[in-house]
Ligand binder design. Structure first.
Ligand code: WT7
Length: 658
């Protein structure tokens, strides 16, 4: 980060003491070759053949990377493939019909198992149904479903017929759905009558109806009956019942469409806490190669594993690491409809125990919640089937990292802290769990074949230990190809800042700040906007938060800047939630002391507000912007994007009562 003199700051990012992967893990890891980084570098970009080789191609590609029209890179050009055939047909053809593809755990304790053959049949029938509705190659199909098996089945049915899907997270509003369907000019919608939230039936169809009213185009809608008698509904014009549509095509098969490697596989609108949603375009060959390769090399997924990623398929993590990556590898992927604390806070551990889950991948926000609830919940179950743990979505500081390893991983499992984005499609920075030493708090080096740099405001790489902007300096197969709204915006949002078109020097700007250590490990600090300027110093909110959460008894913290009363200074304002058994009086002094010793006096919060929870977006990210508005006594605007809007009033009351 720029300190005004063009130099970076030099206090190190908070990382714990390094750990080697256990020998028992390294021995069996899918990637255990310590020289793999160098091997990839020496042979770049052809090293990416290694990823493409994991797929079955209808026609082989002739060029690995075409960079003629940078930053509009093209990967595996000339190749043809079908994503659904890669995720399902080939496993069926290879004698694995009866292998479990999806293990579904419903919200009310229901369970369902889909073998690869079951999946094959269902996908074909729905593909035939979509064809009957008029869906043609390249038509965008919008899917607005919760975590039920019909969601991945519909995605793969779309992929089979070459119709890009656009999945809209089921919890988003009618407005959000309408905006996305309008932007994509989508004329097909797959939704459901409703779903259960906690114990109650919740109406999804009425949101879908409202969205359709707002749209200019005619929309053909397919409705999954999830709730039966609990929420009777009547189908109107241009509406079909999902299971009836499937039944009328029972036993039919649809030839998978041969897609060009560069044809669009799907559109994904980024959740974004501000601004117009961006329709990120992912293609078939590069994306699928990259997610399959990282599922194997980073998440260590084997076909015989039971693998569980706790994200929602409505976000990129679920697309890449519940659906496409794991199924491309032919493994068993667990899909969980519920929340971690319903009916009780031991739900996840019960599922891991019962299914003997081998690899578990979740978000730091979830880990902090587990830590807050206490070790007794995982302690009730046998979690010894776990071999590897992963995190994604936010920085994870050393304390929750250690807690996760100890209480979920039995002190043994390696943890991969995977950095990537909706736009990157797949993991770019992480340790390789069988090869690299782990440093709690740091993600790791860029993966083999990936080149990242941390640069200052002028684009010059910073020295080890300094913070700056995280850029990716070579293209990668899973990268977004453009924004659906236009190439210009794509260049403006991601490339302009650190590229020089005159010398054809293209560097992708992630929008994150990060710190690089002497071993090349990257600690991602957060979004560029999450930086607070105090007395002319740039302080990263994540570093301060990490200093707070390393105090015993603190579960989560968020810090924001508040203009001082005179208006010409910024004070730091901290929101903190404690673990069970602690309260504010116990920890206030330790917070101040620790922030002062780890970062310095300037970073000590002027105010600390204790709250049972922090406001989160539906994808689990802390809404710092909202906390900043609360701190500054500003009006809050729309809080409907929050997962827990009720907490806002509590925080305001807490602030005003002090
Ligand atoms: C942003 C991308 C891609 C998966 C889920 C979110 C943050 C992601 C990490 C990590 C620190 C991380 C970054 C990034 N992020 N992984 N391991 N350590 N920060 O996708 O919604 O597109 O968000 O999530 O700030 O830019 P997304």
């Amino acid at each position: 980060m720029d300190d005004g003199n063009g130099r970076g700051r030099t206090h190190p990012a908070p990382t714990g003491s390094p750990r080697d992967p256990p020998a028992s893990f390294a021995e069996q890891a899918t990637v255990s070759n310590g020289g793999i980084h160098e091997e990839f570098d020496a042979n770049w970009p052809d090293c990416w053949d290694r990823a493409a080789e994991l797929l079955s191609w209808i026609e082989p590609y002739d060029t690995v990377l075409d960079d003629e029209d940078a930053p509009f890179y093209r990967w595996f050009t000339g190749g043809k493939l079908n994503a659904a055939a890669n995720c399902v047909d080939r496993h069926v053809e290879q004698g694995r019909k009866t292998h479990t593809a999806i293990r579904w755990e419903g919200k009310r304790g229901e369970r369902a198992t889909y073998t690869y053959q079951d999946l094959y049949v269902a996908i074909n029938e729905i593909a035939a149904g979509l064809r009957e509705l008029g869906v043609e190659t390249d038509d965008v199909v919008t899917i607005y479903l919760p975590m039920i098996p019909e969601l991945p089945i519909t995605m793969l049915a779309c992929a089979r017929i070459g119709a890009p899907h656009s999945v809209v997270f089921a919890g988003l509003s009618a407005d959000a759905l309408a905006t996305r369907m309008d932007a994509a000019e989508s004329e097909y919608l797959i939704t459901c009558d409703g779903y259960y939230r906690r114990g109650d039936a919740f109406n999804q169809k009425s949101k879908a109806d409202n969205a359709r009213l707002a749209l200019e185009q005619d929309v053909r809608t397919v409705v999954v009956d999830r709730l039966g008698e609990d929420l009777p509904h009547v189908l109107g014009d241009a509406e079909w019942d999902y299971h009836e549509l499937q039944a009328t095509h029972a036993g039919e098969t649809v030839e998978p469409v041969a897609r060009d490697a560069e044809d669009m596989l799907f559109l994904m609108y980024t959740s974004g806490t501000t601004g117009e949603p961006k329709g990120v375009v992912h293609t078939t060959g590069g994306y699928l190669s990259h997610v399959a390769w990282t599922s194997r090399a980073v998440l260590d997924i084997e076909p015989e594993d039971t693998y569980w990623c706790g994200a929602d398929i409505g976000w990129i993590t679920g697309h890449s690491y519940i659906v496409y990556g794991p199924l491309a590898l032919g493994t068993t992927t667990v899909m969980y409809e519920g929340t971690p604390d319903y009916p009780d806070r031991d739900r996840l551990w019960e599922i891991i125990d019962r299914n003997a889950v081998d690899v578990f991948y979740t978000a730091p926000t979830a880990v902090r919640a587990f830590m807050k609830w206490g070790a007794e919940y995982p302690g009730r179950y046998d979690l010894s089937s776990l071999r590897l743990l992963g995190t994604v979505g936010e920085p994870i500081s050393p304390r929750p990292w250690n807690w996760y390893r100890e209480h979920v991983g039995g002190g043994e499992c390696p943890i991969v802290d995977t950095w990537w984005q909706t736009e990157t499609g797949a993991i770019l920075v992480s340790t390789l769990p069988g090869v690299d030493e782990m440093k709690p708090g740091a993600s790791g080096r860029p993966l083999p074949g990936i080149d990242a740099q941390v640069v200052d405001a002028d684009g010059t790489p910073v020295a080890a230990g300094d913070t700056g902007y995280l850029t990716i300096t070579r293209p990668w197969p899973g990268m977004a190809r453009t924004l659906y709204d236009g190439d210009e915006r794509f260049v403006r949002e991601y490339w302009e800042r650190f590229s020089d078109p005159d010398t054809d020097d293209w560097n992708y700007f992630s929008g994150d700040t990060a710190c690089l250590d002497e071993d090349g490990y990257i600690t991602v600090l957060g979004r560029v906007d999450d930086v607070i300027s105090v007395e002319g110093k740039q302080l990263s909110s994540m570093e301060i938060e990490s200093a707070i959460t390393s105090v015993d008894g603190i579960a989560e913290a968020a810090v924001v800047g508040r203009s001082s009363d005179s208006g010409d200074e910024t004070d730091i304002y901290a929101y903190v939630s404690t673990e069970r058994g602690y309260d504010g009086t116990d920890v206030r002094a330790s917070i101040v002391g620790n922030v002062e010793s780890v970062i310095g006096e300037a970073a000590v919060p002027r105010d600390i507000v204790f709250t049972p929870e922090l406001p989160k977006t539906r994808s689990g990210k802390i809404m710092r912007r909202l906390l900043e508005d609360i701190a500054n006594g500003e009006s809050l605007g729309d809080t409907s994007a929050l997962r827990n809007p009720e907490i806002v009033g509590e925080i305001q009351a807490e602030r005003d009562g002090r």
